[in-house]
Ligand binder design. Structure first.
Ligand SMILES: Nc1nc2c(c(=O)[nH]1)N[C@H]1C(S)=C(S)[C@@H](COP(=O)(O)OP(=O)(O)OC[C@H]3O[C@@H](n4cnc5c(=O)[nH]c(N)nc54)[C@H](O)[C@@H]3O)O[C@H]1N2
Ligand SMILES: Nc1nc2c(c(=O)[nH]1)N[C@H]1C(S)=C(S)[C@@H](COP(=O)(O)OP(=O)(O)OC[C@H]3O[C@@H](n4cnc5c(=O)[nH]c(N)nc54)[C@H](O)[C@@H]3O)O[C@H]1N2
Ligand code: SF4
Ligand SMILES: [Mo]
Length: 676
């Protein structure tokens, strides 16, 4: 038996540390690393199924070519053939258009390992190309916290165990961050009270002391209502003057613009509850708010998070051990970027396209048009909005390359499929965006079939390009994965991790040496060095300088129901955990009242529709859902038709400053319902 350190590379709060066991070169089991403070020896069921996934008959083991798109007729080809087709196409396009802009890359969160940035490196090595930027995930919240604190940073999640009051706000850790639940239960065992704010009675609400139902997209106003109570009751932190900026303007706004009647009417939370909760929040220390990604997927998402931050500040909870307003962090991601940025003589800049409007924006470019698309670690034909535009874009493209582990909605449209190694088959370097740990993922087994890592493929493409035309790509043509990962640990990361040499990380995961509590010294990274209620940076970006309430979008009379599609316990976005799970129809969760109004009962077939498309669903009435909201969990059912055919591309108010593009306001989706 041999044991290996691996790290789960999925886009997940937990970024678990794994010990895998092999016998004679075969992966036989994986378990949570007991040495890792956060993973604490446990993995979620999604990862526990991975041994089966690695050897699954559905795994693609060889490069494949599809005879015609959507035909499903895939034939095995050699790596030589695949790489020749790709390299020739790149050079032909460069030759034809006199620029490499017709080449596009769409990559996101299939695997967050740092060595997967090889794809960006390869594209940079080729020249100026068309790139997806921004994030479909967390942009509005990231920017809001950056405006308020100067950067987005959260306490070590273990710190939450010290809280005496925990507000879980628009976050569903019982499904999406399962390793946080034992920490929350620890806090409960030590007397903490937990309140869940959600639009429906979630799995997390079921594990909380109280559940507060908030009308979708109105949490910002609720936070302002709480702040108003603090003001009225004289419960504001008396030290605000010493570490915040603009509190007078904010208080002025609360005084003149916020009324509890209006707040209650819009949010659906009774005034007596607003008062009671606000007073409790100001009196209990430490009090922690965890604001999740769910509540910022709106056109006002950034303002919502700013209002929640402001509440935390007003009550004096920022920087207190076990308290504060937690969202996520990126401070443990200060890698050198050596892989991503091979030197290249800059003649032209990249054409940057919002990942959330990728197909629309790419189609709008005609000079030159995009002709070749590489999709890596992404499944846009499942996860993006406006799939009609994607159809059009596919039509325009000469070559679509998908690199993935399994076939996906996106590979149905591809010409070439490049089979990728799993994290059990390659070296990698991983950091979390919630906890403070960074670690090395070491290969436990040799690549299955002819699979290659994203990094190896990037080297190979560069090698073929340079063979055909020497000097046509500055990305390295070969290398060593382990050495490449060690180069990502530059002086800044060594300092953050308290390591003497990069190789020290090979011993096992390391926790960044930050103190456990964010902003403990109440020195912030904003231009004023203070917590900013009033942000001149926001004003400069044409955003309201104060956290004010801007209502979410309203439904139309044709489509009066808001469709929410939150994340499900059984998948990570489009990645299913059990490949053997049978195909099932979409389940529409709705209130019994709404079901009755539409003359629908449990198990009935119905259709959800809007101007973008129609989706067949099975009805499941459930208590705890408002009558104007319906829910289909992303990945909660496996079907051939993508859920996102109903989703457009509304954008969040924030994201541009930090991530280069606004986020995906996907909860601003409206539908109607009819019985079949
Ligand atoms: N309706 C709806 N849509 C949503 C969301 C929602 O809640 N509802 N959530 C949004 C959010 S928050 C996000 S983050 C996005 C996520 O959307 P994506 O970034 O597309 O994420 P995934 O579906 O996790 O992974 C994409 C693909 O990466 C592949 N992959 C895994 N490992 C590797 C690897 O090592 N190399 C390569 N090349 N490929 C690999 C997987 O098999 C999968 O096919 O979806 C967004 N879309
Ligand atoms: N099992 C599992 N874990 C995952 C993922 C997965 O797909 N499956 N995906 C990963 C990724 S990419 C992400 S982004 C995170 C997301 O994880 P979370 O941060 O938990 O976000 P969501 O699941 O989108 O939404 C959380 C809750 O917000 C609620 N919500 C929606 N709108 C509102 C609102 O207006 N107000 C309030 N108060 N609540 C609202 C939803 O009903 C949901 O219960 O999870 C990560 N972890
Ligand atoms: S999906 Fe998340 S919880 Fe599950 S093993 Fe991976 S990082 Fe851990
Ligand atoms: Mo996400």
């Amino acid at each position: 038996m041999e044991f290996h350190h691996n790290i789960c590379p999925r886009n997940c709060y937990d970024t678990c540390s794994i010990i895998s066991t092999t016998h004679k070169g075969v992966l036989i089991s994986v378990e949570g690393d007991p040495q890792h403070e956060y993973t604490s020896g446990k993995l979620c069921p999604k990862a526990l199924d991975e041994v089966k996934k690695v050897y699954s008959s559905q795994r693609i083991r060889y490069p494949m070519r599809q005879r015609s798109r959507y035909s499903g007729f895939w034939e095995r080809i050699s790596w030589d053939e695949a790489l020749t087709v790709i390299a020739k196409k790149i050079l032909d396009l460069k030759d034809q258009y006199g620029t490499s802009l017709p080449l596009a890359l769409n990559k996101y969160s299939g695997n967050f390992g740092i060595l997967h940035n090889a794809m960006e490196g390869l594209f940079t090595g080729i020249g100026a190309t068309t790139r997806a930027i921004g994030s479909p995930c967390w942009s509005a919240g990231v920017e809001a916290q950056t405006l308020d604190f100067g950067t987005f940073f959260c306490s070590d999640p273990l710190d939450m165990a010290k809280a005496k009051l925990i507000w879980l706000w628009g976050v569903n850790p019982a499904w999406t961050a399962v390793h946080q639940m034992p920490i929350i239960f620890d806090a409960i065992n030590q007397g903490a009270k937990v309140i869940c704010f959600d639009t429906h009675f979630s799995a997390t609400a079921a594990r909380s002391h109280h559940y507060i139902q908030v009308r979708p997209g109105t949490d910002g106003l609720l936070a302002l209502g709480f702040s108003k109570v603090l003001l009225e009751e004289n419960l504001i932190d008396s030290n605000l003057e010493s570490y915040t900026f603009g509190h007078k303007e904010f208080i002025d706004y609360l005084e003149t613009e916020i009324s509890l009647d209006h707040c209650s009417e819009i949010t659906g939370v009774p005034i007596s509850t607003i008062r009671e909760l606000a007073v409790e929040y100001s009196q209990i220390h430490p009090a922690c708010i965890w604001a999740g990604f769910g509540l910022q997927r709106y056109t006002n998402g950034g303002q919502t998070l700013r209002a929640i931050d402001a509440l935390g500040a007003l009550a004096g909870h920022l920087g207190e051990q076990g308290g504060g307003v937690q969202y996520a962090q990126f401070e443990t991601w200060r890698f050198s970027g050596a892989l991503q940025n091979p030197s290249h003589p800059i003649t032209q800049t990249n054409r940057l396209v919002n990942i959330n409007r990728f197909s629309e924006e790419v189609l709008s470019y005609t000079d030159p048009p995009v002709k070749m698309l590489w999709i890596s670690g992404r499944n846009p034909l499942s996860q993006d909005g406006n799939l009609h535009q994607w159809k059009k874009l596919i039509h325009q493209l000469d070559l679509i390359v998908v690199s993935d582990l399994f076939h996906s909605k996106s590979s149905e449209a591809a010409d070439l499929f490049l089979p990728i190694t799993t994290h059990y088959e390659h070296w990698d370097l991983n950091a979390g965006y919630w906890h403070y740990w960074v670690g090395v993922n070491e290969p436990a087994i040799s690549p299955v079939g002819e699979c290659r890592s994203d990094l190896q493929i990037a080297w190979d493409v560069s090698s073929y390009l340079n063979k055909l035309i020497p000097g046509s790509c500055t990305f390295p043509t070969s290398g060593n994965e382990k050495e490449t990962l060690l180069r990502e640990l530059g002086p800044q990361m060594l300092e953050i991790l308290s390591l003497k040499t990069p190789a020290d990380i090979l011993k096992g995961p390391v926790r960044a040496k930050f103190s456990r509590t964010a902003w403990q010294n109440r020195v912030f990274r904003t231009p004023s060095g203070r917590y900013e209620f009033f942000s001149a940076q926001a004003a400069k970006a044409q955003l309201p300088p104060l956290p004010v309430f801007i209502p979410p979008l309203n439904p139309s009379s044709d489509t009066p129901l808001r469709l929410l599609t939150p994340h499900h316990y059984s998948t990570i976005n489009s990645q299913v955990y059990s490949l053997e799970a049978p195909m099932t129809d979409f389940i529409l969760h709705l209130s019994p009242k709404l079901a009755q109004r539409c003359n629908l009962g449990a198990g009935d077939r119905a259709q959800v529709w809007n101007e973008l498309g129609v989706l067949d669903v099975i009805i499941q009435p459930e208590f705890g859902i408002p009558t104007d909201v319906v829910i289909i969990f992303q990945g909660g059912s496996r079907t051939n038709s993508p859920l996102n055919r109903l989703v457009g591309t509304p954008l969040t108010d924030m994201g541009q400053l930090n991530l280069g593009a606004p986020g995906f306001a996907l909860n601003e989706t409206f539908v109607n319902l009819r019985k079949l």
